[in-house]
Design a protein around this ligand. Sequence first.
Ligand code: AMP
Length: 215
Amino acid sequence: MINIVIFGAPGAGKGTQATLLAEKYDFLHISTGDLLRQEVSLRTPIGLRAKAIMDRGDLVGDDIVVQLLHRALQQRSTHPDPDSQEDPWDVARKGHSRRPEGCIVDGFPRTVQQAQTLDFVVRRLKRTLDLIVAIDVPRDLLIQRIYERAAVSGRSDDTEEVIRHRLELYDRQTQPVLDYYRLSGRLTTVDGSGEISQTNSRICQVIDQMLAKEH
Ligand code: AMP
């Protein structure tokens, strides 16, 4: 079982690629952005707190995001006991219709603090975070893609001012996460400037190599 983070700036295609990879490899897929949007649409207390923050393009607090990440693993389980000592990764695998080969996370971590938290959680579960795939896309193409997405997404954070702010935050808070992972030797950067299928094949090559080493 391998655990992967898909990393990239807004518009890099993290969500699209993570969805394709989860289908192909039967990975558990966790997107913190999707989890938050679901809370907002259900108007839960977390959703009500998060909405204004997301609409501004700011980062939601770690307490909320980490809580959602944990809950996502537990909800997939056949084991509803939140106090269970059982490894949520194992529990999540049992609740899955077929045995997934791993877990893929997109949208998290977005700060060095979150990256450290993820390492801590993974270590506590006696797992490893095996691979961080950074999708690299030039800035002008990112902006073009976000505008194209804005035309169809209906996302309240896809407006011009908010997009600029999200990219600034990415540069300031999220980009340093790359150095954190580069230093630990787990980072692979993939060219994401082409078609979705081209980027997908590049990422699949990296994952296939890793799976071949595992078996
Ligand atoms: P995304 O769908 O990944 O672009 O996320 C949409 C929005 O959700 C972001 O602009 C943040 O407001 C919030 N969000 C998603 N993931 C995180 C995270 N790991 N930490 C803080 N905020 C997040």
